[in-house]
Design a binder for this molecule. Structure first.
Ligand SMILES: [Zn+2]
Length: 349
């Protein structure tokens, strides 16, 4: 309709009219960021009074349980409604005992946090890499049948052929989830990328009477170079090989949607895309297609890049931080896991 178009165009239409003042801009803003959308990740380690900064993530620390509680209280007081817990156990082994034992480091932390601040939502990351001596997210074997016993009995030579055994891993993930929920974790969040883990975890939780514990699935988790600093923070670098046989190939959008669809079918209550900023198209496509709460993880590398550039005086940290979080919201994620949670909440207050 040429006539209508003519009416709508310049000089009648001037989009700058609504950009003139901050009040007008605020009135017509389409996407808003609030602290309620943010989840603060915490890395918990053994000891007492420990507050050790992660070298590649300035402002991010490894905390002992007592310090993690203080940090959680501070985040909560800033309006951040949730934390997600990662554990650095005292010892590691071939069956990730530290992940599922009832006195595991994350279990201890969850109990301590829920005791002090029952209203803070505690999300428990469910994975095995931090607790495995080899640093992979599942049980590793060189050859043989897919059972947990067989896999543990035949550990791979560090230099030889190996496989991350899917089905045996499910048993440990399910055990971990039940243990975390019993310790008071409000939401279990499997991040391992094994096939069938959401169904296995749902079944185990239900059998343990934990039918009210939701599952936040890291549904589309890509094999990303942006995880680099996290591995230092969580001491979870694979001792051999990489994670490309279970995490997703960065080129695949359609496969990401299949991953998400399967996790929803298996019972995921919330789905997640990780990393966030390099995968905004995946977030947008997931938002378009699925009617479940959608989370995104602004990962360690995304955080580290902003911090490093800001430290060099090359960017304005606060502006870029808020802009990046806003972009993730605009793409469609309603929940954002981010190392900027506290700083962003302060700015948004
Ligand atoms: Zn892992």
């Amino acid at each position: 309709m040429p006539f209508a178009c003519a009416l709508m165009s310049f000089p009648t239409t001037r989009l700058r009219r609504l950009r003139r003042t901050e009040q007008l801009r605020c009135l017509v803003r389409e996407t808003r960021l609030t602290p309620e959308a943010l989840v603060h990740p915490l890395f918990v380690c053994p000891g007492e009074g420990v507050r050790k900064e992660v070298r590649s993530m300035p402002g991010v620390f490894n905390f002992s349980v007592d310090e993690a509680v203080k940090e959680a209280i501070e985040a909560h007081s800033l309006g951040v409604p949730a934390v997600v817990l990662f554990g650095l156990p005292e010892t590691k082994d071939e069956v990730a005992t530290g992940a599922w034992s009832d006195d595991g480091i994350v279990q201890q932390t969850a109990r301590a946090i829920k005791r002090e601040i029952p209203n803070l939502v505690v999300v428990g990351d469910v994975c095995l890499c931090e607790y495995m001596s080899h640093g992979h997210c599942g049980v590793v074997r060189s050859s043989g049948p897919q059972s947990l016993g067989a896999a543990v009995a035949h550990p791979p030579a560090a230099t030889g052929e190996y496989e991350i055994v899917n089905d045996a891993t499910l048993e440990l993930l399910a055990r971990t989830s039940v243990s975390l929920a019993r310790a008071g974790v409000d939401i279990v969040a499997p991040s391992d990328m094994m096939d069938g883990r959401v169904a296995a975890i749902r079944k185990a939780l239900d059998e343990a009477g934990l039918t009210n514990t939701p599952i936040l699935s890291y549904a589309a988790k890509f094999a990303s170079g942006f995880y680099g600093p996290f591995r230092e923070a969580a001491d979870s670098t694979p001792q051999f090989g990489d994670r490309r046989s279970y995490q997703m190939d960065p080129g695949n959008l359609r496969e990401a949607l299949r991953e998400i669809e399967l996790d929803i079918e298996e019972g995921a209550d919330i789905i997640m895309v990780k990393p966030a900023l390099p995968y905004l198209d995946v977030i947008a496509a997931a938002r378009e297609r699925f009617d479940v709460p959608l989370a995104a993880y602004q990962v360690s590398g995304e955080y580290a890049m902003i911090q490093a550039a800001a430290r060099n005086g090359w960017i304005d940290r606060d502006r870029v931080m808020i802009e990046s979080l806003l972009a993730i919201r605009r793409a469609g994620a309603s929940i954002i896991l981010t190392y900027h949670a506290k700083d962003a909440a302060r700015l948004l207050a």
